[in-house]
Unconditional design. Structure first.
Length: 252
């Protein structure tokens, strides 16, 4: 099979630079947090051993989610470089959920509004029992949208969140409305090794920097929730500077 060309419009673009700058800054904060959060330990697990957070603390859950957010953004960059926009859409759904989860836990700690839903969320997060129910996404989103004091219309934010969630769910679950964007022509045919048309890829490239911004926002929330004062102040300053520098790309 002939190797598909790279997407030149993504590689070396301002959008890629902004996205990767958010990842770089957030990774630096993550590595510092990793030093202060109680680490996972090599412990008995089922019939063998595995890395486990034996204390099951909220800070450990936040760090774990943060790690996945960073790794997924790295994968997003690789996929955009290859024109794999269907897979990018799936990852955007994942990134939206992870960012909401970090805000849900972090804001629960920093606002002092730790609810039964937070307890239930962590019980499901740490459990390997399929019978332990998770917290509904709408409940997580509602808490986050009402925890920010400057949120003018939480209900409108809830609705926008549901709409975006559904759009990216179509990519994740491979519904027809998303899959037909893999077709171009003439003659009409599915592109299986990357989609490179401007119209098909532009929206995904445009959205990527906002995920870099949100990753840095996760860093700011995590550093504050884990009570690392100097690092939190530094990260918030970086978030504000990032928002100003890339305001045209992230809508900050």
């Amino acid at each position: 099979m002939t190797e598909a060309p790279f997407v030149a419009a993504w590689r070396g673009s301002r959008e890629q630079a902004a996205t990767l700058e958010g990842v770089r800054l957030a990774t630096s904060a993550f590595r510092l947090l990793e030093r202060v959060v109680l680490p996972a330990r090599w412990a008995p697990w089922r019939d063998a051993h595995n890395w486990q957070y034996l204390e099951r603390l909220p800070s450990q859950a936040i760090l774990s989610k943060f790690a996945r957010q960073l790794s997924t953004l790295t994968a997003l960059d690789i996929l955009l470089d290859r024109g794999m926009v269907q897979e990018v859409g799936s990852m955007q759904r994942m990134l939206d959920e992870i960012a909401e989860d970090i805000m849900f836990l972090g804001l629960g700690i920093t606002t002092g509004k730790w609810t039964p839903n937070h307890v239930a969320y962590l019980e499901h997060f740490w459990s390997e029992d399929a019978r332990v129910a998770g917290v509904q996404r709408k409940s997580i989103r509602a808490f986050v949208n009402r925890a920010f004091p400057d949120q003018v219309d939480p209900s409108k934010a809830d609705g926008l969140g549901r709409e975006l969630y559904q759009v990216f769910s179509d990519f994740l679950h491979a519904r027809s409305s998303a899959l037909v964007s893999m077709i171009s022509g003439p003659p009409p045919r599915y592109h299986l090794a990357g989609i490179f048309e401007e119209e098909a890829t532009r929206s995904f490239r445009d959205q990527a920097p906002s995920y870099g911004y949100r990753c840095l926002m996760s860093a700011a929330i995590a550093t504050r929730a884990i009570e690392n004062g100097p690092l939190a102040a530094q990260t918030y300053a970086q978030l504000e500077e990032y928002g100003e520098r890339y305001s045209s790309l992230v809508g900050a």
